[in-house]
Design a protein around this ligand. Structure first.
Ligand code: FES
Length: 363
């Protein structure tokens, strides 16, 4: 029997036979000193490989000693790490989830604490933690005769790749068009992987568009427009999945509207666009025994963290609901759509809420 098999059997034994005798947190504390992956409450994954896949995207190949939930492609997971003593989580779309392995692409975001740490500090053999899986998988109701279009830019390419791997696995005869946006040819990602996918998914057609470069090898230039849509030559009932920054999403919405496109449009935004904040008055945020001064322009999650509190959070984009807490008094503004809440009790998401008046929160 190999060392790895012994190791796994020991781990399974430790995880099951002691479960009625030892509390989970106690087990995790002592077992973690023997092997960081021996844990009951947390799902830890080990970094098996790190490799750049173009632009500023890094691919993480991760291994779990526990069976993973092989959920439908296109859902999100929260990945967590302890950075300078603080646990930080961000949400990503895995390209692939196997029984015990998964792959995640992480684009380096300017001033992004988590993505910068991943790119600069993470090493093979390190461990990360996986939190909840959330979101609805797109394109699940696709008819065999339909030809979907995946239009993606930036981090949105991870969702497009996840969908392509899923097609290659489940329905390799699927016709599909991918249009990838990048600023320059250098910023294009997953080129080798796309070439390999075309072997497994022969009816995949790949298009590239550069928004800031006139590279002659790439026929499409500038942001999404009528010409780009016509280049895809799709039937007018094709489902369209657009994933990326708001400008790309707005462009696709507008062009499809102009063409009277009848197919369904699935949208996945990868960068939140915040509405402008109201004039900066000073208010008080009361949380348990704390009274924290804030301006009306600050997001509550960021303000509470700056004050030393540790509210739960996940995506920090208003998607995952991890930061939801009860407001018992006062008004807040939703920074995504600009709407203003009522005075009274309601649940709010800290990551996208700004206080407009003095407010009371219950974490
Ligand atoms: S952290 Fe995900 S909704 Fe606020």
């Amino acid at each position: 029997m190999s060392t790895n098999t012994w190791r796994r059997q020991l781990q399974d034994f430790a995880g099951t036979s002691t479960s009625r005798l030892v509390r989970d947190d106690v087990f995790d504390f002592f077992a973690g000193h023997v092997d960081p992956l021996w844990t009951r409450r947390r799902l830890l994954v080990e970094v098996l490989a790190l490799h750049p896949v173009g632009g500023e995207m890094l691919s993480l190949h991760l291994r779990s000693h526990h069976r993973l939930d092989q959920t439908a492609a296109g859902r999100h997971i929260e990945l967590c790490a302890v950075i300078d003593g603080v646990r930080v989580c961000r949400s990503y779309t895995p390209l692939f989830i196997g029984e015990r392995e998964l792959e995640i692409g992480i684009k380096k975001i300017a001033h992004g604490r988590f993505s910068s740490w991943i790119h600069e500090q993470l090493r093979v053999g390190d461990h990360l933690e996986i939190q909840q899986i959330y979101g609805e998988p797109p394109l699940r109701t696709l008819a065999a005769t339909q030809t979907p279009a995946l239009i993606a830019g930036g981090s949105g390419m991870t969702l497009a790749m996840a969908m392509l791997y899923d097609f290659a696995e489940r329905q390799p005869t699927q016709k599909v068009r991918l249009l990838q946006y990048a600023r320059t040819a250098f910023d294009l990602v997953y080129l080798d992987e796309l070439a390999a996918l075309q072997q497994r998914l022969p009816q995949l057609q790949v298009f590239f568009a550069l928004t800031q470069d006139q590279d002659v090898s790439t026929p499409l230039h500038g942001h999404f427009d009528r010409e780009h849509w016509q280049a895809l030559a799709l039937p007018d009932d094709s489902p369209v999945l657009v994933c990326g920054p708001a400008r790309l999403i707005d462009g696709v919405r507008e062009v499809l509207r102009q063409f009277g496109h009848r197919g369904e449009l699935y949208v996945e935004a990868y960068h939140r666009e915040l509405q402008s904040a109201p004039e900066g008055a000073t208010v008080t945020v009361r949380v348990q025994e704390h009274a924290i001064t804030s301006t009306t322009q600050q997001l509550l999650l960021e303000r509470l963290e700056a004050a030393g509190l540790k509210p739960a959070y996940g995506c920090r984009q208003g998607i995952c609901m991890s930061c939801t807490c009860r407001k018992t008094q006062g008004r807040v503004q939703n920074a995504l759509d600009g709407s203003i809440s009522e005075e009274g009790e309601e649940d709010i998401r800290l990551c996208i809420s700004r206080p407009l008046t003095d407010i009371d929160l219950s974490l």
